[in-house]
Design a protein around this ligand. Structure first.
Ligand code: KG4
Ligand code: ZN
Length: 342
């Protein structure tokens, strides 16, 4: 079965072809990032995002067909991100996918964006096996989930305010870094000195598995305001202090979630999963605890079509695929959509 995956929930248009034959393989994937377009505004402009997705979907589809040597009629199902995300951006992918599925007389598969992130490590050369605990850290979400099987997700903990990626982006802005701030702040932090700027570790010791990151951003704001002028080294030290604090909380809570679950595997997914310090700390501490950590390939950490094609294919194959294979016709997007209970 050949599944086309379409991602358009935010500022990246992703397209991919995944084949379930021979144990499953990603045949082609293509991505167009809108980052340069939104950079002038310091963040994502939803209306511009929607319009750009419209421009990109057809060329990207042509590209993945050419790269894989397949034709439109080879496609057996069309998966797309139904939510959560920006309503207008989601509508572009949904309308395109549903129209294509109707024209091809194939099933459409609406996919939850976070389910795509959650399952993305299954695309890597060394995939995890069900069940596992997942730390999902993106721009809009920070959650710990117990993943028993495709479609069986139990929420263990989540952020009470800002998501980890959001905290990275907002703090980066405070330090004068360009959008998208997360990767830029991580790069700056590499030049910072440890323990020069000590920041709080919010909810590190709380009994639950929840997070809270908005106070950390405020602590950085206070530090920046205390300084009349800020040198490059001071900026790097603050970035380092911020990253060390957020990483310590994420690592501690993720490892505690795995310990409480009685499982031995942790999957890290979502844009913040690309953070090198997070990976370093997790690998070091998980190794000591006998926990195996799995990451998606770096290019599949942030938004992409491959994870949507994969999630769509697994949904179609799975026994609990009540959302898959519906007859195309009416459709809706879900800008707000909790993953647990999907
Ligand atoms: O998963 P993603 O591409 O989109 C959402 O679904 O939100 O995640 C994007 C988020 C952004 O907040 C971005 O700043 C953050 O992931 N991010 C990073 C890094 N790369 C991306 N944060 C910290 N370190 C990174 N290396
Ligand atoms: Zn995402």
């Amino acid at each position: 079965m050949l599944v086309l995956g379409i991602e358009s929930s935010c500022d990246e248009t992703g397209m991919a072809l995944y084949s379930t034959s021979a144990g499953g393989a990603l045949l082609a994937h293509a991505l167009h990032s809108q980052v340069p377009m939104h950079q002038a505004y310091g963040g994502v402009v939803p209306e511009l995002a929607s319009r750009d997705h419209i421009r990109r979907v057809v060329p990207l589809l042509r590209q993945v067909l050419a790269d894989s040597g397949r034709s439109l009629t080879d496609i057996d199902a069309v998966a797309y991100t139904q939510g959560p995300g920006l309503a207008g951006a989601l509508l572009v992918g949904a309308a395109f996918a549903e129209a294509l599925a109707t024209a091809l007389e194939r099933p459409s598969v609406p996919v939850h964006h976070l389910e795509g992130h959650l399952l993305s490590p299954l695309l890597s050369r060394r995939p995890p096996r069900f069940p596992f605990v997942a730390l999902l850290v993106s721009g809009g979400h920070s959650q710990l989930m117990r993943v028993t099987a495709v479609g069986e997700y139990e929420l263990l903990g989540e952020t009470l305010d800002d998501a980890a990626g959001e905290a990275f982006d907002k703090t980066a802005k405070l330090l004068g870094l360009a959008y998208p701030g997360g990767p830029a702040l991580a790069e700056l932090a590499e030049r910072g000195r440890p323990d020069v700027v000590k920041l709080p570790r919010p909810m590190l010791k709380s009994a639950d598995l929840n997070f809270s990151f908005s106070g950390l951003k405020t602590a950085v704001l206070t530090k920046v305001r205390e300084l009349a002028t800020i040198s490059e080294q001071q900026r790097a030290d603050i970035a380092r202090g911020f990253q060390d604090a957020i990483v310590e909380v994420l690592v501690s809570k993720a490892l505690r979630a795995v310990a409480l679950s009685g499982l031995k595997q942790l999957v890290v997914a979502g844009g913040v999963g690309a953070n090198r310090e997070l990976r370093r700390q997790l690998d070091a501490r998980a190794g000591k605890a006998g926990i195996a950590v799995f990451y998606p390939e770096l290019e599949f950490c942030t938004d992409n079509g491959a994870m949507i094609a994969l999630a769509g294919a697994l949904r179609l194959q799975s026994a609990n695929s009540d959302m898959a294979g519906k007859v195309a016709g009416a459709f809706a997007v879900r800008p707000r959509w909790p993953l647990h209970g999907v």
